[in-house]
Design a protein around this ligand. Structure first.
Ligand SMILES: NC(=O)c1ccc[n+]([C@@H]2O[C@H](COP(=O)([O-])OP(=O)(O)OC[C@H]3O[C@@H](n4cnc5c(N)ncnc54)[C@H](O)[C@@H]3O)[C@@H](O)[C@H]2O)c1
Length: 404
């Protein structure tokens, strides 16, 4: 925190702002007459700050996932009802130029009513592996990747198709990361140290040296004594309790079906989505060629990026009409241009109306996380799980637009 404060004061040539400990949260809100709280702490702590902020009279913008389990979700829904305040979930993926284009095509009716969607999402051995180095590798802190990561994907499906999920069945397993898997494959050498920084891990493609960059050093390494937060634990250690390979089937209130899979140890990163409509089909895919390995030299990285270019397609195939091969639009900024667009929305006094309905409140936040939360229960109990038996999300609504 102090590292970021120093950086901000240097950038904006301003004086330091007061900082508060978690127990002084309400005092901070009162002292500074705060109206809106932005929650971006570890996932399993979101509910605490959301509920406390609402009861202190604030509106809230929270990072995804809104929270990590059904009881916490109900707590947030109850607090919104009791206080009349507003919660917004920062689904930046909705705001990317490419994802907005897909929404525009579906909204135009180009393929009619959508009856089935399949989505494959791949996380690579850099980004995907990173979830296994830190708190995300514990379900109690992140909800696992089906909540932490897939909340973006389940939200995209809900929003693209204007649907509300109802029944979920899932399988999941840890098949690549973790000590046992590395030993089974004969990758024993990668299991020999508890963390990467300051240990004899040179040459390990999963190595991450926190002291190699001013940001990771200042934010994480220098703060370890105070926070106890180790950002670079070995991805092939014991004790990881989330899945890296997942398969989920979902039935929606409007009868639509989804087949979804997520794998976190892929050599490429990206997604492939197929929408089956009553009047045609859309194929949408984009895969990055990054294959970044954090332990590589810059020269190796440049070579790797050159030889691993990404690939993409956006094809609309209406029934009985010519196929259209469309260009995927690009925009500047993080997450395909989604981050700056969402930030504009959050900080604008009077944002213009959005024809694509990209703002999401607590009910739409719940409609996304509850797929992952129900999937976690389904994996544990080996049975289909009904979301409405866990959380009541406006039971009479049939379309996502009807949810706040
Ligand atoms: N929308 C996106 O694309 C996107 C991308 C990355 C992260 N995120 C979200 O942003 C949030 C932060 O992720 P990150 O990658 O920056 O993680 P991080 O580990 O770098 O930061 C989490 C912070 O929470 C703090 N924290 C932990 N327990 C806390 C508590 N009880 N009270 C207050 N603070 C606490 C930690 O000290 C740390 O500073 C997460 O919710 C994550 O899901 C969203």
């Amino acid at each position: 925190m102090r590292f970021r404060m120093k950086e901000m004061c240097e950038t904006f040539k301003c004086a330091e702002l007061p900082m508060y400990k978690p127990e002084d949260f309400e005092r901070m809100i009162t002292n500074h007459r705060i109206q809106e709280v932005i929650v971006c702490s570890m996932d399993s702590t979101h509910d605490e700050y959301i509920v406390r902020a609402l009861h202190a009279g604030c509106n809230v913008t929270t990072e995804k996932p809104m929270t990590t389990d059904a009881a916490k979700c109900r707590r947030i829904m109850d607090a919104v009802k009791a206080t009349g305040k507003r919660v917004r979930v920062a689904f930046n993926y909705r705001w990317s130029a490419a994802n907005t284009k897909v929404k525009e095509i579906i909204q135009s009716g180009a393929i009619g009513r959508i009856r089935h969607v399949s989505m494959e999402y791949a996380l690579d051995t850099a980004h995907g592996a990173d979830y296994f180095r830190r708190w995300h590798s514990h379900k109690s802190m992140s909800g696992g990747l089906l909540v932490h990561k897939s909340t973006h994907h389940f939200d995209l499906i809900n929003w693209w198709t204007d649907s509300i999920p109802e029944q979920v069945f899932a399988y999941g397993d840890l098949v690549y990361y973790g000590e046992e898997n590395a030993l089974r494959r004969g990758d024993d050498a990668w299991t020999k140290y508890p963390r990467y920084t300051g240990t004899n891990s040179l040459g390990d493609p999963f190595r991450m040296d926190l002291t190699a960059h001013a940001g990771t050093k200042g934010l994480y390494f220098d703060a370890e004594q105070e926070t106890g937060y180790l950002r670079d634990q070995n991805v092939f250690r014991k004790g990881i309790d989330i899945e890296d390979s997942m398969s989920v089937t979902v039935k929606y209130r409007n009868g639509m079906m989804l087949s979804y899979c997520l794998n976190a140890y892929s050599p490429i990163e990206g997604m492939r989505v197929v929408f089956h409509g009553e009047r045609g089909r859309i194929d949408f895919a984009h895969f990055g060629g990054s294959h970044l390995i954090l332990g590589q030299s810059d020269a190796d990285l440049a070579k790797m990026q050159e030889s691993n270019k990404g690939f993409e397609e956006l094809v609309v195939s209406p029934h009985f009409k010519p196929r259209q091969y469309l260009e995927i639009p690009r925009a500047k900024g993080g997450h395909g241009g989604g981050d700056p667009e969402l930030a504009k929305r959050i900080f604008m006094h009077t944002p213009p109306a959005d024809p694509f309905g990209r703002n999401a409140g607590h009910e739409q936040g719940a409609a996304s996380i509850m797929v992952g939360i129900a999937a976690n229960i389904s994996i544990a109990q080996n049975k289909p799980v009904n979301i409405s038996e866990l959380v009541a999300i406006n039971p009479s609504a049939q379309t996502l637009q009807e949810l706040v």
